[in-house]
Design a protein around this ligand. Sequence first.
Ligand code: PSU
Ligand code: MN
Length: 306
Amino acid sequence: MLEKYLEIHPKVKKAIDEGAPVVALESTIISHGMPYPQNIEMAKTVENIIRENGAIPATIAILNGKLKVGLNEEELEYLGKSDNVLKASRKDLPFIVAKKLDGATTVASTMIIANLAGIKIFATGGIGGVHRGAQETFDISADLIELANTNVAVVCAGAKSILDIGLTLEYLETHGVPVVGFKTEEFPAFYTRKSGFNADYKVDSEKELALAIKSKWDLHLNGGLVIGNPIPEEFEMDYDTITNAIENALKEADEKGIKGKETTPFLLGKIKSITGGKSLESNIKLVYNNAKVAAKLSVELSKLYK
Ligand code: PSU
Ligand code: MN
């Protein structure tokens, strides 16, 4: 049945069937999270970093209505260049598939498709979360609900302060999603290493983390994990610069009445222009750092499942 919908790249399929390490990657970050041409350069480099660290990359997207797991260069370039690629979260999947459209997958929909394909580890930049002012707007990313339900571990650089980090962590706690600090006590804040909030657990190695992930799913504790891997110090942004940029971006989004799925891409674009591209540079570097940890983690996890 699923074959009708799912198209797994032969190299990825072989790795999954053999229980070899595979890392899923999202495509909203390519189509809506970063500008051209840096997005394509980032997408290709991330895949190479995963290979260099012993795993097979599987970038996920929807092309012509097919759920694609593992893309070729041409497909990556299309996602980075085209204006016809829709931002696809859980709610969008059925329509993009049925209408044979193209969609870039968010954390939520990448988790769904990775899980259908049998991939357990996923690397990205940042997760969606509870937005600031959600008490009024109810803007809570579908990523959090997916993390509550779908068995995929997500390596990210924490949550940006365009979100309410405290409320995001509360939401995850309520839904039983472990929030892990990779070699840190503190949950990172994407552009900066510190957020002022603690992770639930600090782990010091990929192996230690793999053991906890396997235990979770062995115990039928369904749902994902959030692994917060701080941006390397040398690429971290100045706290005041980024805070100021975020405040200004939020103010402009409010004035322009930006809502719903447009919110995150709008804020990211604004922050980039306010910081003169510095935020984009940090964003790219932290994704590379997450790809490395995710690849090593998938190597450790695959040993446990052998
Ligand atoms: N954060 C980033 N870059 C991104 C996103 C989040 O730094 O590209 C994307 C991810 O795909 C994430 C999505 O899943 O935004 C969340 O969107 P929303 O808040 O509309 O659920
Ligand atoms: Mn939203």
